[in-house]
Design a protein around this ligand. Structure first.
Ligand code: SF4
Ligand code: SF4
Length: 133
């Protein structure tokens, strides 16, 4: 459920960073329907997968305003046991800065306590983050 008082605003990271096969969209390229820092040009008829998607910042009250994806330079989402962090390729150190580095270790700990795991993508590079490396 989306948290009250949180909206995407000018953020468009989930239309840019993930690969979306159903839209023939590669990773790290804005969807052909996307308008940078504005939103979706087909918003009223966007596909169900877009309607149903919420990043973790939209649903997790433990993530404060500094975690809004367009502010943090990264977006986080959960799918089954996997917590995925996608870092903007033009801000490759975003996940290494504080408060994000510590916060992501906490999220990795939560994921592992629930039997899952957390992975971070920076462009083509992917790694698993452990609560304590
Ligand atoms: S990444 Fe999150 S805040 Fe940004 S547009 Fe997508 S759902 Fe909204
Ligand atoms: S169709 Fe619209 S909401 Fe879906 S990824 Fe493309 S720009 Fe974003």
């Amino acid at each position: 459920m989306p948290l009250a008082g949180r909206s995407c605003g000018t953020c468009t990271l989930c239309c840019d960073l993930p690969e979306i096969a159903a839209l023939d969209k590669p990773a790290n390229r804005l969807c052909r329907h996307g308008i940078a820092e504005k939103g979706c040009s087909i918003y009223e008829r966007r596909p169900a997968l877009c309607r149903d998607f919420l990043c973790l910042w939209r649903t997790d009250p433990s993530l404060g305003p500094e975690w809004k994806p367009d502010k943090a330079g990264l977006m986080i989402y959960r799918q089954g046991p996997q917590t995925t962090v996608l870092v903007r390729p033009d801000q490759p150190d975003a996940a290494a800065r504080e408060p994000y580095a510590s916060g992501l270790r906490l999220l990795a700990g939560q994921a592992e306590a629930a039997g899952g795991y957390l992975i971070i993508y920076v462009g083509e590079k992917v790694r698993r983050l452990r609560p304590i490396d």
